[in-house]
Design a protein. Structure first.
Lengths: 356, 320
């Protein structure tokens, strides 16, 4: 089907629409509603929708029949005569922080455009980049490990991000385990053999029982699935897994976890504070730490990130050389916290259109 | 391509619509001797109720004797809610009887009036509403100075089946949920001293559990001399208060044609402090006004200040 000429539309656009709308901003793949409402006496043969090739219509409002021809859609029949709408999304993620996609809607009479509206879909994404990092870290006997590694990460584009850190270990990247469960496992594996009644009986605090139930269950499930923190004594873990996997111990398990409630509460609060280090960022696993086993190896970190709709973007990698100038205990394992400085350069969709 | 689950949902939705229409047709069919005329069809989106109003003509004459009793099987799921005598403009006292299987109306017991107004109420499923109405809100807010904005949109999706039967359709209280992230407000309101104290408490509890007496004594002294006084549960209770509807309502505003509805925190499993607050906004949709759009404004900065203020109240000695 040939497209009707666009030039015709300028002289007839001032009419009839009582309401016209496109959601003013969206993330990649977010559903963007569009609608037009007009007086029921407007006549037309069909409605033509012209989309940018990266866009797709996911759903129609009030449309009885339509034809899809690549980036063109012809709406043949409506249910109710006075309105129509649809939900459009971008098919893929976008490359730049903000991309505009045009959507043209033409009302056709006798093969000519009678009315026309051009909408712009504004699509935004968040962006993460490294702007500063040390090339080399020099380890000395008196090094203050807490302040040795600082990297600057820039947050740009639009939208919240969920960042997860991975540590480079022998060529592979391993996720940084969620500290809440890591702490719980560590605590429980060291105490599960003890007589429960001796443990922390005196602490009586009130915690939402639903929270306790959910946390306990999520924790038990993750252990049973084999999701164990990496920095733990293997034999303890094996015994503990066996114990926790045994359904006949279920009551004891729940009791043990519940008796650690105050710890859990403290852990959760600390976890929470670490999880949101700055505006617009959720850092799963909190700030990363790198364990250094042998000297003179490069330290590798990878930051994976997603937006609120779980679109995952190209990860950011950091590699820092480590020079070990320690004179004593050179084989000692070191935990090296990575400090992150956040630099905010986010943009926001124009707020002119958004009034309350 | 649709997945198996999507096809399943689509079929369920189609069935739900078909079922409702079938049931309404059944009711209309049974009422046929009295020339039922549907005057309005109203759906309460939030309450998931439907309400149909019929105008019935039941003249006191031969027709009442030919058709003494109307019976409608309970399977339709409708309740025969009330009946008005339109000639006298007064309600008719319980004309409909229900025996667990059927609703029945003995027309011979009706007053001599001719025109009646019958209201029938039914329940409707969420799937059915999802097929009828679309609601959407921005996933992430735009920011202007100290405030965050979320766009909101609702529209009728498929009114075909209804329009063929009724000239009026009202879908009331169409609800859209806006999810507002508040986690960072709390994190930044909590002074470092509190975080340090929590770390200390954690170490102390570990030392007690592990039976390390020396460490326990050392940490206890440090703990007692700490200037920050609070219990972890006080802190988490405060957070819960700050995301309650009562407190949060002052910091959100919604533009026309929407009005504010329920506000409640969203609780994720395993997370003790709510990270998001769900604000319900509602509007009505009709054939004439089939779509609605507006914005919700969250006074981010004002809320953040209020949070910091409340934290100070329970942690008066927060900084050295």
């Amino acid at each position: 089907m040939s497209r009707p000429e666009k030039e015709l539309n300028t002289q007839v656009t001032q009419v009839v629409f009582t309401s016209e709308y496109i959601a003013p901003w969206a993330l990649p793949k977010e559903e963007i509603p569009v609608h037009l409402v007009w007086a029921p006496n407007m006549n037309f043969d069909c409605i033509q929708i012209l989309l940018a090739p990266e866009m797709t219509v996911k759903e129609f409002y009030n449309v009885e029949s339509f034809e899809r021809l690549n980036t063109e859609i012809i709406v043949r029949k409506l249910h109710s005569p006075n309105f129509f709408g649809f939900v459009v999304t971008s098919i893929e993620q976008i490359k730049r922080s903000h991309e505009k996609k045009e959507i043209t809607i033409n009302f056709i009479v006798d093969g000519k455009i009678q009315q026309s509206r051009i909408f712009t879909a504004n699509i935004y994404r968040p962006e993460l980049s490294v702007i500063e990092k040390p090339d080399v870290i020099i380890l000395k006997d008196d090094s203050n490990l807490k302040e040795l590694v600082t990297i600057s990460l820039k947050l740009s584009g639009f939208g919240r991000m969920e960042i997860s850190t991975e540590l480079g270990l022998g060529g592979k990247f391993e996720p940084n385990v969620e500290p809440l469960f890591q702490e719980m496992t560590r605590r429980l594996t060291t105490t599960f053999r003890k007589d429960i009644s001796n443990l922390e009986k005196k602490k009586k605090i009130e915690i939402n029982p639903q929270f306790v139930k959910q946390t306990t269950q999520a924790f038990i499930d993750s252990i049973r699935k084999g999701e164990m923190p990496i920095k733990m004594n293997m034999s303890d873990i094996e015994d503990f897994k066996k114990w926790i996997g045994d359904d006949s111990n279920y009551e004891k398990i729940v009791k043990l976890v519940s008796e650690h409630l105050e710890n859990i509460l403290i852990d959760s609060l600390l976890y929470y504070f670490n999880r949101y280090p700055t505006e617009g960022v959720a850092l799963s696993g909190g700030s990363p730490s790198v364990i250094i086993k042998s000297a003179d190896k490069n330290m590798k970190l990878r930051f994976r990130y997603k937006d609120s709709l779980h679109n995952e973007y190209e990860p950011v990698q950091v590699e820092i050389a480590i020079k070990d100038l320690r004179t004593t205990e050179r084989d000692k394992e070191l935990e090296l916290p990575v400090n992150i400085k956040w630099v905010h350069e986010q943009i926001s969709p124009t707020a002119e259109e958004v009034k309350c | 391509m649709l997945s198996g689950a999507e096809i399943g949902t689509a079929i369920a939705v189609a069935q739900a619509t078909k079922e409702l229409l079938k049931q309404l047709n059944e009711v209309s069919e049974e009422l046929k001797p009295f020339k039922p005329d549907v005057r309005s069809f109203r759906i309460d989106y939030l309450g998931r109720n439907s309400e149909v109003k019929y105008l019935l003509l039941i003249p006191d004459g031969i027709r009442r004797h030919l058709q003494r009793k109307i019976e409608i099987p309970a399977i339709t799921g409708f309740r025969f809610y009330e009946m008005w005598d339109l000639d006298k403009m007064e309600p008719v006292n319980s004309p409909w009887a229900f025996n667990g299987e059927k609703w029945s109306l003995d027309v011979t017991k009706l007053p001599t009036s001719e025109k009646y107004w019958l209201t029938v109420k039914g329940r409707i499923s969420k799937e059915f509403l999802d097929q009828l109405v679309s609601v959407k809100a921005a996933e992430n807010p735009a920011r202007a100075k100290e405030n965050d904005f979320y766009w909101i949109h609702s529209a009728l999706k498929n009114v075909d089946a209804f329009e063929k039967i009724w000239t009026e359709l009202n879908i009331e209280q169409v609800n859209a949920d806006v999810r507002i992230g508040v986690e960072r407000m709390f994190t930044s309101a909590i002074p470092q001293g509190v975080k340090d104290k929590l770390e200390l408490q954690k170490k102390l509890l570990d030392a007690i559990t592990a039976g390390n007496r020396d460490e326990e004594q050392r940490l206890k002294i440090k703990y007692r001399t700490s200037k920050v006084k609070f219990t972890p549960s006080e802190l988490s209770e405060l957070f819960v208060r700050l995301v309650s509807g009562d407190f949060f309502a002052d910091f959100v505003q919604v533009g026309q044609p929407f009005i504010m509805n329920n506000i409640e925190p969203i609780k994720e499993p395993g997370i003790i402090v709510p990270e998001k607050v769900k604000v319900g906004v509602q509007t009505d949709l009709t054939y004439k006004n089939p779509a609605a759009n507006g914005n919700l404004c969250f006074f981010r900065h004002k809320y953040s200040l209020a949070v910091t203020e409340r934290v100070k109240e329970i942690l008066p000695l927060q900084k050295k």
